[in-house]
Write a protein that binds this ligand. Structure first.
Ligand code: GLC
Length: 798
């Protein structure tokens, strides 16, 4: 069953029935203010940090799952009937498109697009259109509501706007009621709700809630507005038709504004509500004034649209698959920008308690946005380098805000992979920008001292080289990419070993580009080349199980992911990363990928390991604690599903790459969204695996996942095959044989490349700006770096 659809241009996702199986969300905001908004207007908002700058509340693990939100209630003054401009929270019976209409039922629609969400409703002759967005440069969210009387008679309506404030620090908000309930000082200033707190150590957060219409009454105390033993669906003030003009000094702060609309037949009126950070007297007043002007919303929204157009428009594509176009062109890219901004810290599942950056997550998050926002990527990379210790390992979790305050935040234990992701992210940045000078920049280490980026990179390699186990493979340490594979002691990870091999290759390739690579660099090249050979030999000798690659060894020496193993006998990442490492015999790599298709792939994607673990195994770690098919125990972990797509493209098997890519593509789940459950327009962290009998195919934890980045990398760089290289833009398409070709465009170092590929398979001939050009021996076409501002036309026949 489906709940919505993409607009024909893919820019919008239109939710046509509001009772989606989970909240289907959007992220509003372009800078420091972020508003998470569900298809029923639920969600929260924060400024800079979801943990310590939380303005609007989210009730953790709440029933219903999405409370509270920004709610707009309408009440018919004639008979007291009331409803909300979104289906929740009042939840009137609704009509379902395609089914017979029901007498007295309402119509609801929600349209998410990059940077804004619109909600339309129709109930008893009253239409509403509610538009939400965060104006660029403002720490505030705007909710513009237009109410239209479609009936023949005049109507008088009471309109209420409602928000619930959060105590600025969410841990306190969730736990320490004996404190937080006695802190707020609420006021009403010239019709604007003023939310203020004084905190110790001294901090004075402020928020406001304003509306552009005449305020008839207001509430700042949630208990007065909702009433005891009630909830957002049945507010007492709305039922009564007037607020209590409460001023909470201590208590449960809310913002509720009531205005009255009289609408003649066919008449429409617009009221704009604004909730934001700052003082009611100044900021609230200014923004109310700004959004009282007739074209203010249109102009501000156009700016937001431009902002997203600039980001998402730097890579466009046109393939024969509409799902691929909507995802790759818009939604996958939008999700990449969202993960880049908020790492894993602000969603409905990661509700803000752990903010900051996951080291490995944020390194990877740079990969899909570097072509669009290289400057922002550079500053994030510097934050991450700043979180690397002088001995090479990285902090697993980074708080750039703590660095800003001069606080050093050393975290232990170390993970075996974190620091190695620098070797994926930094070369990607330099390939994109040509900025080799970055290698000479000096950056502090997290613990002591400083070094050039070049030195940081070397220390990352040296750390992995030191931390090897009995087979000469990388130790697993606290965990590798799989947070729940906790090998400890002498346990070794083949995944980290493959990542290390890839890192060494990346570093050696980078060394060749160093201007005047001699002296130190020449010595380094010899040293790291020998290290690479040694690691390749160890990998060849100890990672192969006969038909596929092992996942590692536990402390006591037992193999993980082997035909001999008890529990899981094969793991996804070992196969894909053997290919991604860039080493190993083709025969083994192909056999391993074939085993992956045979033993791990399902119609919803490949499971992380099979069969699932049934028994707890302390030597393997937390993956053995989850019920089979969930999370790291044999779920279809979407992030890890992107790597076999890359791997198949690296092996030149385009049909298999595309088959895997589509198997977990959210848009491809649109018609079965009742099973899939999460948003069909963004990736989720995992899809429940086949070992879970009840929920196979059900997605969980959407939005903030590394899947976004790697799915975009897999599609753009490997299936379409458009990749930034040190010397130009390279093309090596690996599309399915069913595609007659594709068109794409991409910005690269300030120039614009229009690409047209006709046919599938190896490149047979190519033209760059009409001139014939020959692909290199490995089959790729290198398009030289063009002058910034120029347009290059690339035509390829396969
Ligand atoms: C989560 C983490 C990520 C980790 C993955 C697998 O998505 O954010 O860092 O790699 O789980 O455990």
């Amino acid at each position: 069953m489906r709940y919505g659809r993409f607009s024909p241009d893919g820019r919008e996702y239109i939710i046509e029935r509001p009772d989606t199986p989970a909240s289907w969300n959007n992220y509003l905001g372009t800078d420091q203010y972020c508003a998470i908004v569900s298809n029923n207007a639920a969600g929260y908002a924060f400024h800079r940090s979801p943990k310590s700058g939380r303005m609007l509340r989210f009730r953790f693990n709440s029933v219903p799952m999405d409370r509270p939100g920004r709610y707009f209630y309408l009440r018919d003054a004639a008979d007291g009937d009331y409803w909300s401009a979104t289906w929740q929270p009042v939840a009137k019976p609704f009509n379902v498109p395609g089914e017979p209409r029901r007498e007295g039922a309402a119509d609801y629609r929600c349209v998410h697009r990059p940077g804004s969400t619109r909600f339309d409703s129709s109930y008893r002759g009253i239409d509403t259109s509610l538009l939400a967005f965060v104006p660029s440069g403002e720490d505030a969210e705007v909710w513009q509501l237009t109410v239209t009387n479609t009936g023949p008679a005049e109507r008088t309506l009471d309109l209420f706007g409602y928000v619930e404030w959060c105590f600025w620090h969410i841990m306190q908000d969730a736990m320490n009621f004996q404190y937080i309930l006695y802190t707020c000082r609420m006021a009403e200033v010239d019709g604007i709700i003023d939310y203020s707190l004084r905190l110790w150590p001294f901090e004075e957060p402020k928020g406001f809630f304003a509306c552009t219409a005449r305020v008839e009454s207001f509430d700042t105390d949630r208990e007065v507005f909702l009433g005891a033993y009630r909830h957002e669906g049945t507010p007492q003030a709305v039922e009564r038709g007037v607020c209590g003009n409460s001023r909470a000094i201590g208590g449960t702060p809310c913002g509720a504004l009531h205005t009255r609309l009289t609408l003649g037949a066919g008449e429409a009126k617009t009221v704009t509500f604004i909730a934001g950070v700052g003082d009611a007297k100044t900021k609230g007043h200014d923004l109310r004034k700004r959004f009282s002007e007739p074209h203010a919303t249109t102009q501000a929204l156009a700016e937001v649209e431009r902002y997203f157009e600039q980001r998402l428009g730097k890579f466009t594509l046109e393939t024969p698959d509409a799902d691929v176009n909507a995802m790759g062109g818009i939604w996958n890219q939008l999700q990449c920008h969202t993960t880049f901004n908020w790492s894993r810290s602000a969603s409905f599942n990661e509700a803000g308690g752990r903010d900051g950056l996951g080291f490995r997550d944020s390194c990877q998050d740079t990969l899909a946005v570097v072509h669009a926002i290289p400057g922002e990527v550079l500053s994030k990379l510097k934050d991450l380098l700043r979180a690397q210790h002088s001995y090479g390992a990285a902090m697993h979790h980074v708080q750039p805000l703590a660095f800003e305050q001069g606080k050093h935040n050393i975290t232990l234990p170390h993970y075996s992979d974190d620091h190695l992701w620098l070797h994926i992210a930094i070369p990607a940045y330099i390939r994109e920008t040509g900025d080799l000078a970055l290698l000479d920049e000096v950056i502090d280490y997290a613990d002591e001292g400083s070094g050039t980026v070049y030195e940081h990179l070397k220390r990352a390699l040296d750390f992995s080289y030191r931390e090897r186990g009995p087979h000469g493979l990388c130790l697993g340490l606290a965990a590798d990419w799989n947070d729940c594979l906790n090998l400890r002691g002498k346990g070794e990870s083949t995944f980290t070993t493959f990542l290390f091999v890839r890192a060494l290759r990346e570093f050696l390739e980078l060394l060749e580009r160093r201007p005047g690579a001699k002296g130190v660099e020449a010595r380094d090249a010899g040293h790291y080349r020998a290290m690479l050979v040694e690691m390749e030999e160890a990998a060849a000798a100890h990672t192969w199980d006969g038909e596929w690659f092992l996942r590692g060894y536990v402390d006591s020496g037992k193999k993980i992911g082997s035909r001999e193993s008890v529990g899981s006998t094969i793991f996804l990442n070992a196969q894909s990363w053997a290919v991604l490492s860039g080493s190993g015999s083709r025969e083994r790599l192909v056999a391993a990928m074939d085993a992956l298709h045979e033993r791990l792939a399902t119609e919803h994607g490949a499971v992380l390991n099979a069969p699932c673990y049934l028994e707890h195994d302390a030597e393997i770690g937390a993956i053995t604690t989850f019920p089979g098919g969930l999370k790291e125990n044999a779920a279809i972990f979407c992030h890890a599903n992107t790597w076999p797509v890359v791997a198949e493209a690296m092996l030149g098997r385009g049909d298999l790459a595309y088959k895997l890519y589509r198997s977990f593509l959210p848009a491809a789940k649109n018609e079965t969204a009742d099973v899939y459950s999460m948003e069909p327009y963004v990736y989720a962290q995992f899809i429940t695996g086949i070992d879970h009998k009840a929920h196979f195919g059900r997605a969980r934890n959407s939005w903030l996942t590394g899947t976004a980045t790697w799915a975009f990398v897999a599609l753009s760089q490997y299936i379409l095959g458009i990749r930034a290289e040190y010397d130009g833009l390279s093309l090596l398409p690996c599309i399915p044989s069913s595609w007659p070709g594709y068109r794409a465009s991409r910005e690269f170092r300030g120039a614009h490349y229009d690409i047209e590929v006709r046919g599938s398979g190896r490149i047979r001939s190519a033209r760059i700006d009409g001139k014939p050009s020959t692909p290199s021996e490995d089959g790729r076409l290198l398009v030289p770096v063009a002058k910034a501002g120029s347009r290059v036309r690339v035509e390829i026949e396969c």
